[in-house]
Design a protein around this ligand. Structure first.
Ligand SMILES: [Zn+2]
Ligand SMILES: [Zn+2]
Length: 144
């Protein structure tokens, strides 16, 4: 909470209850929810908050760098309360998105630079596979 308070103060932005609620929700989950999922999850506690407000709060949080926006190739964005640089992996069976820790791609920027003459700022790498839950389910089906 200290981070969001000081960052918003620094940027001279209003720390509205909606913005805090969206930020707190993202801090509490590892599931990389979409705006719709966040909206539905906050409905019981914030019945007057509209989907548009959730989108606006997300936009502001992304702009100040507290939240990152990820797109694994679906029609919409997912949001991540972990704003540190880390790659993502999506299950091709159930569509969940997990963080992939312990893998770093900064050296890839150097390779890209050498091959393109660009000054490389960042890169986004997404992995696709089958999560352990889905692997188990598949094994259960084949063993029955
Ligand atoms: Zn899965
Ligand atoms: Zn993440």
């Amino acid at each position: 909470m200290d981070t969001i308070t000081s960052i918003f103060r620094e940027k001279k932005l209003k720390l509205t209850p909606q913005r805090i609620a969206v930020y707190k929700y993202l801090q509490s989950t590892m599931e990389h929810p979409s705006a719709e999922t966040i909206y539905k999850a906050l409905q019981p506690e914030y019945p007057t908050m509209s989907l548009a407000t959730v989108y606006k709060a997300l936009k502001t949080l992304v702009e100040v760098g507290l939240v990152s926006e990820i797109n694994v190739g679906e029609g919409n964005f997912r949001y991540d309360g972990n704003s540190s640089c880390h790659p993502h992996i999506q299950c091709m069976s159930c569509a969940r998105v997990d963080d992939l820790s312990g893998v770093c791609f900064t050296e890839l920027n150097e390779t890209a630079k050498q091959n393109s003459n660009y000054e490389i700022i960042s890169n986004k790498v997404y992995f696709y596979g089958i999560c352990s839950d889905c692997q188990k389910k598949q094994k259960d089906i084949t063993s029955n």
